[in-house]
Design a protein around this ligand. Structure first.
Ligand SMILES: Nc1ncnc2c1ncn2[C@@H]1O[C@H](COP(=O)(O)OP(=O)(O)OP(=O)(O)O)[C@@H](O)[C@H]1O
Length: 270
């Protein structure tokens, strides 16, 4: 089954580039290249995502998905290579790298996040959690606009509730509203449906599609679930820290089949 977004596909010409990674490398641990304890989580990743597209990132455990997301989102710094968001270099391993404060400011205006565990502040209401990124950025809060966004994620009647009064699916919908409120170029979602039941997961995935189709955002989502990936315009596969193919218009079966053979491909490539 394919979950169409009805938006333009990622192959459409003439669209701005929302995210570009150029030769991004990230190694954890010490020992340098070839060292015993060093793990090369990302190995020379070059990737371009057009604006207004929904991409799922998939691969075996340890293949570098979270590291890719974190480096692309400016939550972590690559050792080398460039990350360009909305035409502007966010960070790099060279002298062009931004300072921490500038990077934080850049993140607040250009990117949004949706995490598996929602990351809502428990003492704040739904409305307060949603406007938090605006407050942190010192931006004006347009109350009507916030209410409109919360209504669009089905929480128009829950503005005063706190996270412990909500279901997991509702919490994730608050997180999506929070990611939309700053009107970022790119929304990064790390296993956004990992803690949800099937129905809540479907609602969240449809909202991510709407973020692309209605709000014009670019969504990059890490997932283990072929069903979740089938909501995206394309799947980018990773294996051993390297890109391992791209699948446009993914179906559940095709994604599952490709995942099952990712290791084979890696073997035949070396
Ligand atoms: N902070 C860290 N310190 C040391 N090694 C790390 C760190 N973070 C990740 N790694 C290693 O880097 C590699 C890639 O990890 P990453 O978490 O990006 O993979 P993943 O594909 O997201 O895995 P999973 O699907 O299990 O979440 C793995 O070998 C992992 O052990």
């Amino acid at each position: 089954m394919r979950h169409q977004t009805h938006g333009p596909g990622p192959e459409a010409d003439g669209r701005a580039e929302a995210l570009r990674l150029v030769r991004v490398t990230k190694t954890y641990g010490t020992g340098g290249d070839g060292g015993d304890t060093a793990v090369r989580a990302l190995d020379d990743i070059t990737l371009s995502l057009p604006a207004g597209t929904f991409t799922a990132v998939m691969g075996p455990s340890g293949s570098g998905k979270s590291t890719l997301l974190h480096c692309a989102a400016g939550l972590d710094r690559p050792d080398s290579g460039l990350v360009v968001v909305d035409g502007e270099e966010m960070t790099g391993g060279t002298g062009a790298a931004r300072g921490e404060a500038a990077l934080t400011k850049f993140r607040r205006t250009r990117v949004g996040f949706v995490f598996q565990q929602y990351n809502l502040l428990p003492t704040l209401t739904v409305a307060q959690n949603t406007v938090l990124p605006l407050k942190l950025a010192g931006r004006r809060v347009n109350r009507a606009r916030v209410e409109q966004i919360l209504a669009s994620v089905g929480l128009g009647d829950r503005l005063g509730h706190r996270p412990d009064q909500l279901s997991g699916g509702q919490c994730q919908r608050v997180a999506i509203a929070r990611a939309l409120v700053t009107e970022p170029s790119v929304i990064f979602a790390d296993e956004p449906t990992g803690a949800l039941d099937t129905r809540s997961a479907r609602d969240v995935l449809r909202l991510l599609q709407e973020a692309v189709r209605v709000h014009g955002r670019t969504v990059v989502m890490v997932t283990h679930d072929p069903v979740a990936a089938s909501y995206a315009d394309a799947v980018q596969f990773l294996a051993d820290g390297r890109l391992a193919g791209r699948m446009p218009a993914p179906t559940v079966d095709a994604v599952a089949e490709r995942l099952a053979h990712l290791g084979d491909d890696t073997l035949t490539e070396v």
